[in-house]
Write a protein that binds this ligand. Structure first.
Ligand code: NAP
Length: 349
C-alpha cells in the first residue's frame, strides 16, 4: 500500500506510552509524534527503538519519523491517541479543540477515571473514547521503550474505529472493544494503586510483588478502594485471572502460596517498574493525584475517608520533594496506622 493511502494517526503526548504505541504502529499508519522538546529532540537525534517481553523489537531511524512540537500537527490526523499524564489533560483538550475536525475519533489511552470526561467537556460533538493500556512501558535509555508486562489494549466500542482496529492488529497491538469502559478503568485503577507503592519500594515490580510485606501494602490500598467503589456503585471489571474482590485476600497470602495461586500476576519483565518510580527518578511530578488521589476524592463524595490511599498520596508528594526509599515492613506499619483504631486488627498478623 502506498504510504499516502495509510491512515494518519497522531500521538498526542510522546512519552513512554505514546512513543511505544507510535513506534509499533509506524509501519502500518502515517504516525505523527507530537510532544515536548525533551523527547522530540532525542528522537530527532536517535530515532525510536522498541522492545517487548517476548523478545520482539524494532528500530525506526530519525529520518523516517514525523516529529512535531506544534499542536497543529494533529490537524490532518484521522485518529488521535492522547497519551499525556492526567495533569496535562485539560491543556491538551483545549489544544485539540482548536485543531481537530469533529468527525475525528480521539482515544484517551490514559490511566485514571476522569480523563475522558475532561476531553469530552472541551470537545463536544467529537467521538472521544476511553481506552486502556494494560501493560507497562519503561524508557530503557534515551530513545528506547520497552513493554515489560502483557495484555491487550482496550477501547470503548464506536463505529468510527472500524477502519483503525485492523491497523492496530497488524501492528501486533490488537484492541478489544468494550461497552463497559468505566468498569475497565476502575479495575485498572485498582491495579495502578501499586504504582505509588512500587515507587516507594525502589524495587522492580516483580521483586516488589514477590514479597509479602509489599503485597500487603497493596492489599490495604485495594481493600479500601473496593469499599469506596461499592459505596459509589462502581463494579470493577475482571482484568486479571482473579476477580477484583478477591485480589486483596490473595495479595495477603504468604509468598509460597501466592506464587502457587497467582504466579501469573508475576509474569512481568524483571526490569519493569511503575511510571511513578520513573517520574520520581527523573524529578518529574507524578500522576499520584489521579490514581490514589482519585480514591480519596471518590471517598469524600460518599461521605467516607480513604486514609491508606491519602497516606500514599502524601508519601509520594514527600518523595517528589526529597527521594526516600522505604522498607516493606515499615510502609505496611505506616499504612496500617493511618487507619482509625477501630478498623485495625486486634493483633498484627
Ligand atoms: N508508562 C506506563 O507504563 C503506562 C502504562 C499504562 C498506562 N499509562 C498511562 O498513559 C499515560 C501516559 O503515561 P506515560 O508514562 O507515557 O507519560 P509520559 O512518559 O510522561 O509521556 C507524556 C508526554 O507528553 C508530554 N506532554 C505533556 N503535555 C503535552 C502537550 N500539551 N503537548 C504535547 N506533549 C505533551 C509530556 O511532556 P512533559 O513531561 O514535559 O510534560 C511527556 O513527554 C498516563 O495516563 C499513564 O497513567 C502509562
Amino acid at each position: 500500500m502506498s504510504v499516502h493511502a495509510l491512515p494518519r494517526i497522531a500521538i498526542y503526548g510522546t512519552g513512554n506510552i505514546g512513543a511505544y504505541l507510535g513506534a509499533r504502529l509506524h509501519d502500518h499508519a502515517r504516525v505523527t509524534f507530537i510532544g515536548r522538546h525533551r523527547v522530540i529532540d532525542t528522537l530527532r537525534l536517535c530515532g525510536i527503538s522498541w522492545s517487548d517481553l517476548n523478545g520482539n523489537h524494532g528500530h525506526i531511524g530519525p529520518r523516517a519519523l514525523e516529529l512535531q512540537l506544534n499542536p497543529f500537527a494533529a490537524a490532518k490526523a484521522h485518529l488521535v491517541l492522547v497519551t499525556v499524564k492526567s495533569s496535562a489533560t485539560a491543556a491538551v483538550a483545549r489544544e485539540l479543540a482548536e485543531v481537530v475536525a469533529p468527525s475525528v475519533p480521539i482515544i484517551s489511552f490514559q490511566n485514571g477515571l476522569n480523563n475522558t470526561a475532561q476531553l469530552r467537556a472541551a470537545l463536544p460533538g467529537h467521538p472521544v473514547l476511553a481506552g486502556m493500556v494494560p501493560f507497562n512501558v519503561l524508557q530503557r535509555d534515551r530513545a528506547s521503550f520497552h513493554q515489560g508486562s502483557s495484555g491487550g489494549l482496550m477501547v470503548e466500542s464506536h463505529p468510527s474505529l472500524a477502519p483503525f482496529l485492523p491497523v492496530f492488529a497488524q501492528a501486533g497491538l490488537p484492541i478489544g472493544t468494550r461497552h463497559d469502559m468505566p468498569a475497565v478503568q476502575a479495575a485498572k485503577l485498582l491495579l495502578n494503586l501499586n504504582n505509588a507503592i512500587n515507587a516507594l519500594s525502589d524495587l522492580p515490580l516483580r521483586d516488589e510483588l514477590s514479597r509479602r510485606h509489599w503485597r500487603r501494602c497493596l492489599a490495604l490500598a485495594q481493600r479500601e478502594a473496593l469499599g469506596v467503589f461499592a459505596a459509589a456503585g462502581i463494579r470493577p471489571a475482571r482484568l486479571t485471572p482473579l476477580p477484583p474482590r478477591l485480589l486483596p485476600s490473595v495479595l495477603d497470602l504468604p509468598d509460597a502460596l501466592f506464587q502457587r495461586i497467582a504466579g501469573k500476576l508475576l509474569a512481568i519483565d524483571p526490569y519493569a517498574r511503575s511510571s511513578t518510580w520513573e517520574d520520581l527518578e527523573s524529578g518529574r511530578p507524578t500522576e499520584v493525584d489521579a490514581i490514589n488521589g482519585e480514591i480519596v476524592r471518590l471517598a469524600a463524595r460518599q461521605g467516607m475517608t480513604a486514609p491508606v490511599n491519602a497516606r500514599l498520596v502524601a508519601l509520594i508528594r514527600e518523595a517528589e520533594r526529597r527521594r526516600t526509599v522505604w522498607q516493606g515492613e515499615q510502609l505496611l506499619q505506616t499504612l496500617r496506622q493511618s487507619r482509625p483504631a477501630y478498623e485495625r486488627p486486634m493483633a498484627i498478623l
